[in-house]
Design a protein around this ligand. Sequence first.
Ligand SMILES: C[S@@+](CC[C@H](N)C(=O)[O-])C[C@H]1O[C@@H](n2cnc3c(N)ncnc32)[C@H](O)[C@@H]1O
Length: 251
Amino acid sequence: MMHKLTRRILATRLNQLIFGAKLDVRESWEKTPADYKKMVDFLNWFDRTNSVEEAVERGRIDWSYRFASGRFYANVEKNTALEIGFGAGRLLMHAARDFKTAIRVDIHANYPMSEAFLASQGVNNARLLKRDELALLPDNSVEFVYSFIVFQHFDGLDEVEFYLNHISRLLAPQGIAQIYYGKRNADGIEVTTADRFKLRDCSLFIAPETMREIVSSRFELMDYRDNLARDAVANTGESVQAMVAFRNRLA
Ligand SMILES: C[S@@+](CC[C@H](N)C(=O)[O-])C[C@H]1O[C@@H](n2cnc3c(N)ncnc32)[C@H](O)[C@@H]1O
């Protein structure tokens, strides 16, 4: 039987092809998760999985290989972490074991399912925020900001600017941000418009050099990777993402 998510992707695509319907990038990320009542369907929307156990394991692998083994992670003070675009929480559940508090921000309309998922994994030190509630967090209060398979789903560069502004304000003096973003294999920036956007596909692609310029214009660039393995364990394939790590310039 065809999977629920595959059916949904095909239906929206047909709607676009036959009726010329537009699919708003941000709205699709906001609204779709509210339709998922079964935990595995909910998890599968954010990162393909056939079971809760598989989602937890894939989260463990991404957390350990993409973040916890990073050059700066060991020395980061483990008070507060902030995840941008936490989805269900498959990465955050691992961050919550290392940090006293794990704050998460997203735009989707099914936070109760994420609460249920994290509770089922024994997480009780996570704080949930909507995008615009980031403004409630005090300055210099976060030691580690991270994001994985999220910036590539933004609907434009303004959203990158929005989060970079908050990161700048929120990072503690020695705090580190590590952000994965959608890589463009040509110069500059490319945004997928609503008439071409396919549900769940990437919509924002940034050339690594451009991303480094954007970051370096206001932060100290600490590390970057333009070429990443798709399969972090086997170290094979090519990821559609690149990575930058940075901190506020020391006074
Ligand atoms: C592919 S999922 C990845 C979720 C999670 N990072 C993970 O690895 O499981 C993309 C996530 O980005 C979120 N997202 C999309 N646009 C966003 C925005 N403007 N601000 C915050 N989160 C956003 C979506 O709601 C979704 O949770």
